[in-house]
Design a protein around this ligand. Sequence first.
Ligand SMILES: [Zn+2]
Ligand SMILES: [Zn+2]
Length: 258
Amino acid sequence: MVRSSLAGTGTGLMSWTRRIGITMRDVLLPPRCLACGVLVQADSGVCAQCWSTLTWIGEPFCPRCALPFDVDTGTTAVCASCLRSPPPYGRARSALVYDTAARPLVLGLKQGDRTDFAPALARWMAHAGADILATADALVPVPLHPRRRFHRRFNQAGLLAAHVAQVVGRRVWPDVLCRTRACIAQSSLPRQRREANVKGAFRVDDRKSSRLAGRRVVLIDDVLTTGATAAECGRSLLDAGVAAVDVLTLARTAMTQA
Ligand SMILES: [Zn+2]
Ligand SMILES: [Zn+2]
């Protein structure tokens, strides 16, 4: 009884401290729209105008890869691409369509060092991926090659994973997947060359593989385009004994996967 009361007091104190910290931060650095910079309400991420320009992914979509459907058929049928070539991962979810409105947010985080975008983007991802996160044991970010990570100084997938994990109360395993070689940036390649580009580019760290057996993991990345990277990572994790791999990205292309 005493212990639970003390624990409650501790939690209350932490909550108050956190709230005071957030209020101080908002007074000193008032939150601004990630896209256009106008002042916004705390935690909203973008202003109402920019919110309306973003294409949010909601049902109906393909239950395997989250490709938005134009028409709700009222069934659980998958898209033509998933039917033709089922991905090795179970379910993919994304918050946004990767279009001209979403691109500055993705590139701002990845190439513009706007790590301050991560908390809001992660909240959107947590919302979009609520069903796959509910069954997850841990989150695994898509790794960068050490050389690219050195130049960029952070892995955007790792940063998003850390913030999503904080929102949903899950563990992050940032170091179970490794890049075995540097690849040409997928975004610079035509769709048909992307699968070969990442073939065999990932492996599970042998020293970490014991923790994976029978676990359900959610792979985290910023963008899903052809799904080649997610598929390759998914295969490596499944080969290492993971029970199921789902995928959560901030954005995905609205086109059918190659
Ligand atoms: Zn705005
Ligand atoms: Zn699909």
